[in-house]
Design a protein. Structure first.
Length: 372
């Protein structure tokens, strides 16, 4: 085997190795790290066993390929950064510290009953393998869904502060709806829409899981949802992370986590989003990954005109030119599906090949919102 589980843990530690500050950034850019990994796999060379000359060569060749894929990157800077990370005196010392952490992370896994799946494992979800930046390892607690179960999975996501009249109830009822159809609701345990989606699934006895932006041996964030996380595990759900168990939550990890919510599932259902926020990152990831990206269309409710919490929905659905906090181009926006009424979601859930659904717009009334 080219890479051992210890190697994959080291990759995960490198991935989560960041320069902390107001805006944490990876010490080694992730696109460089993944290009090095995949290139080394193609060449059947273990990065961690190469001599300095061979490692420098593979860095140069990998960044060259990266430059061919994206002409805008500064190749010289990428090479310099990678050489410093792997070959400088400080870099080698840093790597030695990470290698010492490898065994400790596995000890924590055993102590805390955290399971893990490496990239080359047969249990690794095929949806995640389709990503340009799949997790090197998946860490989880609870009952991780099978490949077959993931074929019926959706992420109910949205604002951490949804407007009170519709947002929470739409998220909850969508969780209920997924449960009644035996679909997994895989979200992020965030306050607001994620939270109420999880609660709706649990209320109906359905299966739900949460992908976290922290290691699973650290205190659950947000603390307000710690009891919810326990309930998810009690009801045969799961908690998952791509980060080694002792990794603390940082803002960068929540943004990176968003790509996994859409990446592991068949798509996302967006309850409400403003013109900025993490939900927009997930929408963009979902569209780029060619997952089903379904947004609630609030345009028929007069009381929501001008409400900040649904501005993102309206801008995306109505093809407005208003700027969003995350740039989502017109070609991607045209792939967005909008729904006003609950019954139509059944048609989406029952389609065998969700990726081939394009231009599908649901026309029935959204009765889940008519309780007001």
């Amino acid at each position: 085997m080219l890479y051992t589980k210890e190697d994959f843990m080291l990759f995960s530690l490198i991935y989560s190795d960041v320069l902390q500050g107001r805006y944490p950034v990876p010490k080694l850019s992730h696109d460089t790290l993944y290009r090095l990994f995949f290139y080394s796999v193609d060449r059947k060379q273990n990065l961690f066993k190469l001599d300095k000359i061979s490692l420098r060569k593979i860095i140069l060749e990998s960044v060259h390929i990266l430059k061919l894929e994206n002409s805008r990157i500064k190749a010289e800077k990428r090479v310099e950064n990678a050489v410093l990370y792997f070959l400088s005196e400080d870099g080698i010392l840093n790597l030695e510290k990470l290698k010492i952490r490898v065994d400790k992370e596995f000890e924590i896994c055993e102590k805390e009953k955290i399971e893990y799946i490496e990239y080359f494992s047969k249990k690794y979800p095929k949806n995640l393998k389709e990503l340009e930046d799949p997790p090197f390892m998946i860490f989880y607690r609870g009952c991780f869904p099978s490949e077959k179960e993931l074929e019926k999975s959706l992420a109910v996501i949205g604002s951490r502060k949804p407007e009170k009249k519709y947002g929470r109830e739409i998220a909850r009822r969508m969780g209920v709806l997924l449960a009644r159809n035996n679909w997994w609701n895989i979200s992020g345990l965030a306050l607001g829409c994620d939270e109420y989606g999880h609660l709706g699934s649990l209320e109906e006895g359905g299966q739900t899981g949460a992908i976290l932006g922290q290691g699973l041996a650290t205190p659950i964030y947000p603390k307000e949802n710690r009891k919810l996380s326990e309930k998810i595990l009690e009801e045969n759900g799961f908690l998952m992370s791509e980060l080694p168990p002792t990794t603390s939550n940082l803002s960068i990890f929540f943004i990176l986590r968003n790509r996994l919510q859409s990446g592991m599932t068949q798509g996302i259902f967006v309850v409400q989003t403003g013109r900025s926020g993490g939900t927009l990152h997930t929408i963009k990831y979902s569209l780029e990954q060619e997952r089903k990206t379904i947004l609630w269309d609030p345009s028929y409710i007069e009381g929501l005109d001008g409400v900040d919490e649904v501005l993102g929905n309206k801008i995306l659905i109505e093809a407005r030119k208003d700027k969003l906090g995350v740039a989502i181009g017109g070609d991607l926006r045209r792939e967005i599906l909008k729904i006003k009424h609950a019954e139509g979601i059944y048609e989406i859930l029952n389609k065998k090949n969700l990726k081939k659904l394009r231009d599908f717009i649901i026309k029935s009334y959204f009765r889940m919102c008519m309780y007001v």
